[in-house]
Design a protein around this ligand. Structure first.
Ligand code: DMJ
Length: 623
């Protein structure tokens, strides 16, 4: 189109009758300039005025977007926006359902697990916000340490008790000094031959006696010895071993010992080591059911079960005795994995049918099915029951599942396993596929203390009944000592063939410095203050001094019915961890490691109660 055809609109009005063709050249040029300036202005407005992008999109792109929608959908442009709405609604619904599921999951978790998840999230956020420089050597979250009450105790008022307590401390000193002199760094001491001893339960990990004894040294205020032990842990305790260990033994002695040492002393090295070891144990849970293997190679992470255990089964007292330590590991590391692993064990157990409400000792970790139907409150079963009760107590009585499992199990034990002898001794027999074996192990004698500890929370009005049961078991176990020549109890005693509380088989007559009977005296003393329990404890002290004490420490003996001791030449680490500790507490005031603040793991390592309301919560700032 020629430029001239555009000119009428710009013609000067005063030039009557002048035709557009009659403009002069300069006028035409000016008009052209004005016109192009106008056009430039219009485009400038589009590009440079504020919000021009919106204008652009509104003018140019909005309609085309609608068009695109219209063209891609089967229907009209209305149908396109309805499609958008549907997608939006579906997304909202999906998000909503996800949130509901998460909330449901959270509600199903125990308060402790929720708390651990929160701690883990908190720790993660702290780590991220603090940056690399602020982390400690092991990347553990910062925890403010508060010592729980009763870590040490005052001297007893009564002079005789004070003297007896001092005697126990002297025994501890003899056991410790001997170990230090002849076996420092080994797992245990051979007190007769005076050198080190190591059982294969600990693989190549060293220093079982040092770690097991730490808290006893602390509560007896043997601080010089405690410092030497701490120094050894710092410099020499090494878990980087290419060897197979017993997950249970390493957990109760090493993890438990380190945790207690941390809670008593506040020294970070113990927390760090406990978590490091806990992490090394985690591969044991890599089984189809999550029921851990009994044995684990700490380097390869390969696990297996004891070859003798029914069809490759895991053992109830082993996989069922990780709970207390693992809950604390989650708490101290901010890693909820530990807690999840042990809570899963409960899930597996709760899904299974229990014969007469009893828990068989063997469970296959691959199939999740019971092995042989053997039930025992002694070896292979014992501390599983103990940990159900203590999990509830340690959770500040919030772990209702643990509580229910404990009291239900105890009821089944009472109905099916607890019996009274002709002369009125109450004992807990063993159950083999429905048949009773009328034998009770030294190990089973811990049950007196456990039943007393749980009596207060017993459902219905069974508190008194359970206290009576506990007292009867304490009496039976005392009888098992009193009826021997050396006044120390046999490994197992029977109630058949005309005997009561006496070992009849040669291989059940040994005494290896075990704590269970004294443990029960200690609980019974705390709950009843009946002086007989201190007397019974003192009888044991005298027998230990007379028959087990040797120049190089304390030794187990092979036959408690013999007229003089035949030494087995082993000073077990649990003698320092448990036997001497329970004796010391038996002659201490009740506010030393008081039960409302501390729960003992099965190796007598005290762990603090995890407070639900944050008051008096160790290792967490109040408020
Ligand atoms: C300890 O190692 C623990 O008490 C465990 O639960 C079984 N018994 C020994 C001591 O007898």
């Amino acid at each position: 189109m020629p430029v001239a055809t555009l000119l009428p609109f710009t013609a000067t009005p005063n030039r009557k009758s002048a035709s557009p063709t009659s403009f002069r050249l300069t006028e035409k040029f000016i008009l052209l300039l004005v016109f192009s300036a106008f056009i430039t202005l219009c485009f400038g407005a589009i590009f440079f005025l504020p919000d021009s992008s919106k204008l652009l999109s509104g003018v140019f792109f909005h309609s085309s977007a609608v068009e695109t929608n219209t063209h891609t959908g089967p229907d009209s442009s209305d149908a396109g926006s309805a499609g958008n709405d549907d997608r939006l609604l579906a997304k909202i619904k999906k998000d909503h359902e996800k949130a509901l599921l998460e909330a449901k999951d959270t509600l199903q978790k125990l308060p402790d697990v929720i708390q651990n998840d929160i701690l883990a999230d908190k720790a993660k956020v702290t780590k991220e916000s603090m940056g690399k420089g602020a982390k400690d050597g092991n990347n553990l979250p910062f925890i403010e340490y508060h010592r729980p009450p009763g870590a040490t105790g005052l001297e007893p008022q009564d002079p005789e008790t004070r003297e007896r307590r001092a005697k126990i401390k002297e025994m501890m000193k003899h056991a410790w000094d001997s170990y230090k002199q002849y076996a420092w760094g080994s797992n245990e001491l051979r007190p007769v031959s005076k050198h080190g001893h190591s059982s294969n339960l600990f693989g190549d990990i060293k220093g079982a006696t040092i770690v097991d004894a730490l808290d006893t040294l602390y509560i007896m205020e043997m601080f010089e010895e405690f410092d030497a032990a701490t120094d050894w842990v710092e410099k020499s305790l090494d878990f980087n071993v290419n060897a197979e260990v017993s997950v249970f033994e390493v957990n109760i002695r090493f993890v438990g010992g380190l945790l207690s040492a941390y809670y008593l002393s506040g020294k970070e090295v113990f927390r760090r080591k406990a978590v490091e070891l806990g992490e090394k144990l985690l591969p044991a849970f890599k089984t189809p059911t999550g029921i851990p293997w009994a044995l684990l190679n700490l380097k390869s992470g390969i696990g297996r079960n004891w070859p003798w255990a029914s069809g490759g089964s895991s053992i109830l007292a082993e996989y069922g005795t990780l709970h207390l330590e693992f809950m604390h590991l989650s708490r101290l590391s901010g890693n909820s994995e530990f807690a999840q692993k042990v809570m899963n064990i409960r899930k597996v157990l709760n899904r299974l049918e229990k014969p007469q409400g009893l828990y068989p000792n063997y469970l296959n970790p691959n199939s999740g099915q019971w092995g042989q139907h053997h039930v025992s409150v002694g070896g292979l079963g014992d501390s599983f029951y103990e940990y159900l009760l203590k999990a509830w107590l340690m959770s500040d009585k919030t772990d209702e599942e643990g509580k229910k499992m404990y009291y239900d199990a105890l009821q089944a034990i009472e109905t099916n396993l607890m019996r009274k002898s002709t002369n009125g001794l109450t004992y807990i027999a063993e159950w083999k596929g429905g048949l009773l074996e009328h034998k009770m192990g030294h190990l089973t004698c811990f049950a007196g203390g456990m039943i007393a500890l749980g009596a207060d929370g017993a459902p219905g009005d069974k508190t008194g009944h359970q206290m009576e049961q506990a007292a009867e078991i304490a009496r039976t176990c005392h009888e098992s000592y009193a009826r021997t020549t050396l006044k120390l109890g046999p490994e197992a005693f029977r109630f058949d063939g005309g005997v009561e509380a006496i070992a009849t088989r040669q291989n059940e007559k040994y005494f290896i410095l075990r704590p269970e009977v004294i443990e029960t005296y200690m609980y019974m003393w705390r709950f009843t203050h009946d002086p007989k329990y201190r007397e019974w404890g003192w009888e044991a002290v005298q027998a230990l001094e007379q028959h087990c004490r040797v120049d190089g420490g304390y030794s187990g003996i092979r036959d408690v019915y013999a007229s003089s001791p035949n030494y087995d030449d082993v000073q077990q680490s649990f003698y320092l961890a448990e036997t001497l500790k329970y004796l010391y507490l038996l002659f201490s005031e009740d506010d030393h490691l008081p039960f409302e603040h501390w729960v003992f793991n099965t190796e007598a390592h005290p762990l603090p109660v995890i407070r639900k309301d944050k008051t008096d919560r160790p290792n967490e700032s109040k408020g």
